[in-house]
Design a protein around this ligand. Structure first.
Ligand code: URA
Ligand code: CA
Length: 433
């Protein structure tokens, strides 16, 4: 097989065979095919697209390029959730205990990652003593016993994706639905999930800015998952404003605890209900979304979701007392209110910019080497659609410096007002099964 033939075939709009896709992924991963040929093929895919069959083949070839996590020691249908990423997205911390309390095993591999705040692991490490360095045996045992465990990224998962992503980044081929969908799904599948629930975000704070693009990506990922034998569902949810009130690591842990007690922000709670219902259905614990939602409400009300959270924290070395006393989490030295300069209605809170403000405070990483300050961040008091009187606080800044001028400026600039009543954006655009 010659790479140049594959390039010409795709360039002219024909379909690549399973063997051809496997060939190019294997040979590229082991260094036998040069970047310039793969760049040309990626550009051809960018313009010519891929069939459903090609997309599934590409995903599986990437899965097989490295290690795969074996979760077969865990009883039940293992369901994983993936979000395409946004600002103040606290859902993983809520959903883990929530669906585990409904009997669905959650065996989560998570990352730190770059971004406005840390990843799920950084947030969990705000809890004193908590660690994610578990052996496979410990991980399996903890999931079997308490239905929930989180482990750090280990092993050599999808090396083909790592190489391809780096190449796409510098060849103008990131923004291609078949390439994005296969990249995300290969990582989920290699991490061992039997079933996958996807939260595809749309809006200013999201990777997919329009609903149309988000729908195309969600549909592509659902098809790939189902075509390779992993039941997959997706929702499209709003990320024009930050999710919930809290943006920052400790602050989001507290927000997750509040939500598990039924006292969380309305949007975060509803999103967790929708995603959680899907997880409980694909996990085989409810016959439909309505029954699943009833179960989720029940485990919040009867306290079993909070109980699971405590056991999970203790099981991974953390101090479970933080659940009843969140003030034990790292606290910032200073807080500053942001009083509104006008009366009116909030018309827009630009997620990306508010995320940047949290990052300036130190809540996120700009580079892989940056240290995160787990205590700092922003707690919004108003969301889009809310009425505000002049002088009322729009947000509280939690900082470990007294110099928060730049952060203040961003908040004033990107929390926008209208004199006319406004409406909250639609939270769930669509459910795709
Ligand atoms: N996230 C991924 O993991 N892969 C992509 O291609 C784009 C976003
Ligand atoms: Ca939040």
């Amino acid at each position: 097989m010659r790479m140049v033939d594959l390039i010409e075939k795709k360039r002219d709009g024909a379909e690549l065979t399973t063997e051809e896709i496997r060939f190019f992924i294997e040979q590229y991963t082991n260094g036998s095919i040069p970047d310039y040929q793969v760049s040309a093929l990626l550009m051809a895919i960018y313009f010519q697209d891929m069939s459903d069959r090609e997309r599934a083949d590409l995903t599986l070839a990437m899965v097989e390029s490295g290690d795969q996590i074996d979760l077969s020691g865990i009883e039940g249908i293992k369901v994983d959730k993936h979000s395409t990423g946004g600002v103040g997205d606290t859902t993983t911390l809520v959903l883990g205990p929530l669906v585990a309390a409904c009997g669905v095993p959650v065996a989560k591999m998570s990352g730190r990652g770059l971004g406005h705040t840390g990843g799920t692991i950084d947030k969990l490490e705000a809890i004193e003593g908590f660690h994610v360095e578990l052996t496979t045996e410990q991980f399996t045992k903890q999931v079997n016993e308490m239905k929930l465990a989180v482990i750090g990224q280990s092993g050599n998962l999808t090396p083909a994706d790592k190489k391809l992503y780096a190449l796409r980044d510098v060849t103008g081929t990131v923004n291609s639905i078949p390439l994005i969908a296969s990249s995300i799904m290969s990582k989920k599948i290699a991490a061992g999930a039997d079933a996958i629930v996807l939260d595809v975000k749309t809006g200013e704070g999201a990777f997919m800015k329009t609903v149309e693009d988000a729908r195309a990506l969600a549909t592509a990922m659902v098809q790939i998952g189902n075509n390779v034998g992993r039941q997959t569902m997706a929702i499209i949810s709003d990320m024009s404003q930050p999710l919930g009130f809290a943006i920052g690591n400790s602050l989001e842990v507290k927000e997750a605890i509040d939500t598990l007690r039924g006292k969380g922000p309305e949007d975060l709670t509803e999103l967790c209900m929708v995603l959680g219902s899907q997880m409980v259905v694909v996990g085989g614990k409810a016959k439909d979304l309505e029954e699943a939602r009833g179960m989720l409400l029940e485990v919040i009300e009867n306290g079993s979701a909070i109980e699971i959270l405590k056991n999970f924290i203790e099981g991974q070395g953390g101090n479970p007392a933080v659940v009843d006393s969140p003030e034990l989490l790292p606290q910032a030295q200073y807080t500053f209110e942001v009083p509104s300069k006008e009366s009116g209605y909030i018309s827009f809170i630009e997620a990306d910019e508010i995320g940047t403000a949290a990052m300036i405070l130190g809540a996120g990483r700009a580079t892989k080497e940056s240290e995160i300050d787990l205590a700092v961040g922003i707690v919004l008091h108003k969301k889009v659609g809310d009425a505000v009187k002049e002088g009322e606080s729009l947000a509280t800044i939690h900082a470990n410096t007294q110099n928060v001028e730049q952060v203040m400026e961003i908040l004033y600039k990107y929390i926008e007002f209208s004199k006319e009543p406004t409406k909250a954006p639609k939270l769930i655009e669509e459910i795709i099964t």
